[in-house]
Design a protein around this ligand. Structure first.
Ligand code: PMP
Length: 363
């Protein structure tokens, strides 16, 4: 007889990683940085390698001090985790359990519903609007006395849309103060609109806001697993209770500090990723696909029933993207060569396909 497991887990799908790419293909399925790590970051990590017989500083005190100084907040409000996904889990566990509700837009970051269920709470998914953006009014209307936390993923994964600053401010002000609003800014560095940095500004003005950032995307440290939150004191305190002890390695903390010190150099790389993202959007649009303008490091193509076709075309051209069957495809930005490949893959097919037909099928 199989051992009994928690009933809540029966409906939790295992997290699906972006497809791995065959050798030589462009892996644009996981929103990673296309750049290899900065030499200064590699050097800093290398210097710490002979200390890996020791446990890391569990409180990540030095890194948290760096972050606190940078945002001019009390270090006690900064929490660090093994990727921002771990921090998202901490935040949920800090405020929600059996009988509580955690809200997010849908489609959004795939881990939200699972993390909520794992905590024993109930996920409330509020559909995105027709522009593939958060429907903040619908989210406000969906708040109940059981709502404990609301994620606003800004820019949103996988659609790349952002919520305007004013709309976000109105939303936060309208959410009851006993509900934590978590502004997940995993992709904020790629945002070229006025909502860049809105999370921290809202954190300063409202007592029920937390901001989530990661070193995985713009800083290119996805493989080392480190992210952080800036949260109200009582939330940060509870996060420390639910965190897995020693979850963040010394190498990750070291790399994060070195990356903060190298931000000027990283800024040029981020600009390149943004330029290639915009170029990819133009290429997709030109090819007749209904690509959505993005402020993240990826582009969403709500291709509907043509999703499999687009995925196959890209695949044949050596591009691995993230397909959501029947809904659309998310293609991460990459190097100029990666986006050249996207262009070639689409034009190879355009030559033999009926564009008019395609446009009709995707409105
Ligand atoms: N938030 C969002 C919106 C994401 O898309 C991701 C990564 N896909 C994460 C958080 C987690 O990233 P990480 O754990 O690597 O920091």
């Amino acid at each position: 007889m199989p051992l009994p497991t928690r009933a809540a887990l029966d409906v939790v799908p295992a997290y699906r990683q972006g497809r791995s790419a065959p050798a030589g293909a462009s892996k644009l399925s996981s929103n990673e940085s296309p750049h290899s790590p900065l030499p200064s970051v590699v050097d800093a990590v290398r210097e710490r390698l002979d200390a890996i017989n020791r446990y890391p500083d569990m409180s990540a005190a030095v890194l948290r001090d760096d972050l606190a100084a940078r945002y001019e907040v009390d270090p006690a409000l900064v929490t660090v985790g093994a990727g921002s996904v771990e921090i998202a889990a901490q935040l949920i566990h800090a405020v929600a359990g059996e009988g509580d509700e955690v809200m997010f837009a849908w489609r959004s970051f795939e881990a939200y519903p699972s993390l909520v269920r794992i905590a024993g709470a109930t996920p409330i998914a509020v559909p995105l609007n027709a522009e593939h953006a958060h429907d903040l009014d619908a989210m406000l209307a969906a708040i109940t006395p059981r709502t404990r936390l609301i994620f606003v993923c800004n820019p949103n994964n996988p659609t790349g849309t952002v919520v305007g600053v004013d709309a976000l401010e109105r939303f936060v002000a309208a959410v009851p103060h006993d509900v934590l609003v978590v502004i997940d800014e995993a992709y904020v560095h790629f945002d070229r609109t006025a909502s860049y940095g809105a999370g921290i500004r809202l954190f300063r003005r409202h007592p029920h806001v937390a901001v989530l950032h990661t070193f995985s995307k713009a800083y290119g440290l996805a493989g080392l697993r480190i992210g952080y939150a800036i949260a109200p004191a009582e939330i940060a305190e509870s996060q420390r209770k639910v965190a897995v002890p020693f979850g963040v390695t010394d190498l990750a903390q070291t790399a994060a500090r070195a990356s903060l010190a190298a931000e000027d150099e990283l800024a040029g790389r981020i600009d390149e990723v943004v330029a290639q993202r915009d170029r990819m959007l133009a290429i997709l649009t030109e090819a007749g696909w209904p690509a959505v303008a993005s402020q993240a490091n990826f582009v969403w193509v709500p291709a509907g029933e043509r999703t499999a076709q687009l995925e196959a075309q890209l695949h044949d051209g050596g591009v691995i993207a993230r397909a959501f069957p029947g809904e659309g495809i998310r293609i991460s930005s990459g190097s100029a060569e990666d986006i050249d490949r996207v262009e070639a893959a689409l034009s190879a097919v355009d030559a033999g396909s009926d564009l008019t037909d395609r446009k009709e099928a995707t409105v």
